[in-house]
Design a protein around this ligand. Structure first.
Ligand SMILES: [Zn+2]
Length: 290
């Protein structure tokens, strides 16, 4: 994998405090996704967009040890997609059929919506480590992922927001640029309609998120989307593709299987080979460890 500039998340706010922007650049994360999952060009774009959205939602959790799990299952060829992000800036993803692919859409773009499908839901589970996790879900709009997350924010969290997610994958499958943003109106704004209009205007005038990142990184995303609004950067941090699996967690998972199943595995006498769904780790478990 080639090393690019460190992946980052930036959070900024308009000078008046009523518009909030979180944006991420995730080229290394998406390159790692492709390396782990050997994903097709279109599936890499889908997983890259999903990972960018999950990173943005993970940061919003704030609480230490909190995590968010985003699941998209639109009954398309790529099958179920899962992304898990935490508040410390780590994300991991999996796909049921990462090698599935489709020809380019008639507009010449990657057919992410076709690969993901629209016959299903986007579900979001936020787990703060204490109490019951919070679950929200919305029917998929287009399977293109950004529109699906936008629908989620409006319907489930009732926040006026705009979402942009992009993944620019070269013809040779090299990950060229990926990232995304979430632009939200904050409560208490005296003229919310005027602010929304202004933000819509900025979005209309801005180019695709991958182009903004390519031209000037996250600073360009902030200055374009909060143009004329005296933006202030509140936070900038590194983000990573990182799995939380371990041999101990694998053993814990196996110990939760029903005793008859474990007895059967023990009596087979064979070493179990367990591959993580989210990374390239493989754990070998001897029968006597069960
Ligand atoms: Zn793993």
């Amino acid at each position: 994998m080639s090393i690019h500039e460190q992946d980052k998340l930036i959070r900024a706010i308009s000078g008046d405090g009523y518009a909030s922007l979180t944006a991420v650049t995730t080229r290394n994360i998406t390159a790692r996704i492709r390396e782990i999952h050997a994903s097709s060009r279109t599936a890499t774009a889908a997983l890259g967009r999903l990972a960018a959205a999950a990173c943005i939602m993970g940061e919003a959790l704030k609480a230490q040890g909190a995590s968010v799990t985003c699941v998209i299952d639109g009954k398309g060829p790529v099958g179920q997609l899962i992304a898990v992000a935490d508040s410390a800036g780590n994300v991991r993803v999996s796909a049921k059929n990462p090698t599935a692919d489709l020809p380019l859409a008639p507009n010449g773009k990657l057919n992410v919506g076709g690969l993901v499908g629209t016959d299903g839901f986007l579900s979001v589970v936020r787990d703060f480590g204490v109490g019951e996790p919070y679950t929200g879900y919305v029917p998929l709009v287009s399977g293109e992922i950004a529109e699906d997350f936008a629908a989620y924010f409006v319907q489930s969290e009732q926040v006026g927001s705009a979402v942009g997610l992009g993944a620019l994958i070269g013809g040779d499958e090299t990950v060229l640029e990926t990232g995304g943003f979430l632009l939200s109106l904050l409560p208490g704004c005296p003229e919310p309609d005027r602010l929304a209009e202004r933000l819509e205007e900025n979005i209309k005038n801005a180019v695709a998120v991958t182009e903004m990142l390519h031209s000037g990184g996250l600073d360009a995303v902030v200055s374009r989307l909060l143009s004329g609004m005296s933006p202030r950067v509140l936070e900038e941090r590194d983000i990573f593709y990182k799995c939380s699996c371990s041999r101990e967690r694998t053993l814990n998972m196996l110990s939760s299987l029903p005793e008859p199943d474990r007895a059967e595995l023990r009596s087979s006498g064979e070493t179990l080979e367990i591959t993580c769904d989210f990374c390239d780790a493989v754990y070998y478990i001897a029968p006597n460890e069960l």
